[in-house]
Design a protein around this ligand. Sequence first.
Ligand code: SF4
Length: 180
Amino acid sequence: MAKPKIASDWMAGCAGCHMSLLDIDERILQIAELVDIRATPITDLKEPDESGVDVGILEGGINNTANEEVAHKMRKRCKILVALGDCAVFGGVPAMRNFFKLDEVLKRAYIETESTDEEGKIPDDPELAKMTKVRAVHEVVPVDVFVPGCPPDPDVIFYVLSELAQGRIPELKDEKLHWH
Ligand code: SF4
């Protein structure tokens, strides 16, 4: 029987959730025996197979039109979608900017930062993604599994991947449910 296919991607986050995934260390070999690891930000293949994958994993919130495309593409191409980490589950750290107006945020980032000289300007190219309010993944596409944590604990990630690899929906509660 063919192994289930897993793909992942990241959006507005810090890559820490994928680093925590790598922190399952040698147990990644157990996962690799059970599943076919396809596109991820840390492998050569970057986009989930057009023919689809069994499990899609998204890290990060959704804060611009490019992120929206990533989320829609993964949702369309996967059977089970996992929101990995606080940013994906409820917006996390990036969502702190929702307390400010977008033009204030852009001005602070591109003009007012201490490391910016007098030539600083807000990028304005139609080819660039358009900034939006930061949203959790489930606010843009339906999510099947929520894995909170900043980042989620490697042991929890291993449990989630093991369950999904064996065709089960992981149940996150008690010691496996971390909000930190
Ligand atoms: S949940 Fe935490 S570790 Fe994961 S992407 Fe967001 S800030 Fe980084």
